[in-house]
Design a protein around this ligand. Sequence first.
Ligand SMILES: *Cc1c(COP(=O)(O)O)cnc(C)c1O
Length: 220
Amino acid sequence: MSICASIENIRKEIPPQVRLIAVSKKKGVDLIMQAFDCGQRAFGENYVQELIEKRPQLPSEIEWHFIGHLQSNKVKYIAPFVSWIHGVDSLKLLNEINRQALKHQRKISCLLQMHLGDEETKHGFSLNEADAIAENILAMSLEGVHVCGVMGMGSFSDDSSITAIEFTALASVFNQLKTKYFHQHPHFKEISMGMSGDYAIAVNKGSTMVRIGSNIFGNR
Ligand SMILES: *Cc1c(COP(=O)(O)O)cnc(C)c1O
C-alpha cells in the first residue's frame, strides 16, 4: 500500500480530534516527503543525530515530535526547533528542556512518560510516583515549557486485554493529575498512547495522540 493510502486509512479509523504522529525513525527523507505531500505535518523521531541530519532537508512546516529517550546533554541540539518532547522521564530533563527553550525564546510542549506494565524500555515515571512528580513540577518555575499531559507505551503483549488494562491505567493517571494538579492548566490535555499494533485500543481508551510508524512507512 502507498504511504498516502496508509495515512488515509489510519485517518479514517481514528476520530478527527486525535492527532496522528507519523513516526519516521530510520526512514529516509524521500519517504517523509511522500507523507508530507499527502498532508501529513506531524512527524516523530527517536534519535537526536538522525533528526538533526534529516530536518534541514525537509520543509520547515513540519512539526517535529521527539518521541525517544532523550539525554539531558542532547536537549540543546533539538531545542531550537522541536515542538513536542514525549518522553520526559525525569525532572532533571524537564529542567534542561525549559532552560534550552528559554535560550531560544520558545515554548516546548512536554509529555510525562509513564512506565506501564513490563514494556522493554524501563524509562518513565512509575504510576505511583505521579503525585509527587506533579507537586514538584508545580513548584518549579517553567516558562519555557508547556506540560501537556502523559505518554506511555503498551507492553507489546499479544494479549490485547493486557494492553487495554495498561492504557486504561494511563488514562486514569492522566485524569487524576488533571483533576488534582493541572485543572487550571489548559495545555494539560494530552494522552499520547497507541502505536501501529495497538492504536485502536489506545483510541478506545482515550488517546489524543497516536504515534504510528510501520503501518505508514513499512517495517524497519
Ligand atoms: C518506534 C516508536 C513508535 C512507532 O512504532 P510502530 O510500531 O512502528 O508504529 C511509537 N512510539 C515510540 C516511542 C517509538 O519508539
